[in-house]
Write a new protein. Structure first.
Length: 258
């Protein structure tokens, strides 16, 4: 974790991220939060080790494996600085579970200062409903219909409110993104630019709009999650004032899970 941040703030951000990614399909197993949505996002189809529990690790893993088998999904464990019990990552590595998808949680401590409203007569930004947004961003990503539907269902039933937006040029969607506000913390999610429109600063301008909207609703801290090797996106976020706060990754026994 980045020592320049208050650990209690980062703990709140981790909880906010869990709340924002909550699917209808979840349950507790000996202190671990299991999520088994068929959607694309790993946050909604993985184990979050939020409490140490009392069962031996092998027994707990066996119980978790049965849940994911029933859901026809690979078992994936999300490892964060807050994962319990201590030393879990090393124990999973010793059991042959491979490490995938290093991710950074980036935080902006002053979203109001980073925010900038969209300008330009050729661009239009508009709010869009949850299920429509899931179809739009899924279409831009090339996600199959089942993943788009699961994403829409998760947004509709989210325990925190999402606000989604599309950025259009001449009536065509060129970028999209959404935010989830919980108290004074806002999470930025699903920022995606259409391939032909990349390299034009659209993601930065859209994020600026989201941050301005969030600030007007009382948000004083912003966070987002981005893959560590997505250097283009990380450059955009750095320019907006985001810095790396902590990292997480996943472990899985499945040979092809991604």
């Amino acid at each position: 974790m980045n020592s320049s941040f208050d650990p209690s703030l980062l703990a709140r951000i981790e909880e906010a991220g869990l709340n924002a990614s909550a699917p209808p399909q979840q349950r507790l197993v000996d202190g671990w939060l299991l999520r088994f949505s068929p959607g694309k996002a790993k946050r909604a189809r993985c184990i979050n080790a939020i409490s140490p529990g009392i069962l031996p690790l092998d027994r707990k893993l066996a119980l978790c494996q049965s849940v994911f088998d029933e859901a026809a999904l690979p078992m994936i464990v999300r490892i964060t600085p807050f994962s319990q019990p201590d030393g879990l990552d090393g124990e999973l590595e010793r059991r042959g579970m491979r490490r995938i998808d290093d991710t950074r949680v980036m935080v902006c401590a002053a979203p109001a200062a980073a925010a900038s409203r969209l300008v330009g007569h050729d661009l239009d930004i508009a709010p869009v409903g949850h299920e429509a947004f899931a179809q739009i961003v899924g279409g831009l990503r090339g996600s199959p219909l089942a993943q788009r539907q699961a994403h829409g269902q998760r947004l509709v039933h989210a325990p925190v409110p999402f606000s989604a937006y599309v950025l259009k040029r001449d009536g065509e969607v060129v970028a999209c993104g959404q935010m989830a506000i919980e108290a004074d913390i806002v999470g930025i999610y699903d920022v995606f630019t259409a391939v032909p429109a990349r390299g034009q600063g659209l993601a930065r301008r859209l994020c600026g709009h989201l941050l301005a909207e969030a600030s007007s609703r009382g948000a004083t801290t912003a966070y987002l999650q981005v893959e560590g090797d997505n250097h283009a996106a990380r450059t955009v976020y750095h320019r907006l004032g985001f810095v790396d706060a902590y990292a997480y990754h996943y472990r899985t026994p499945h040979p092809t899970a991604a």
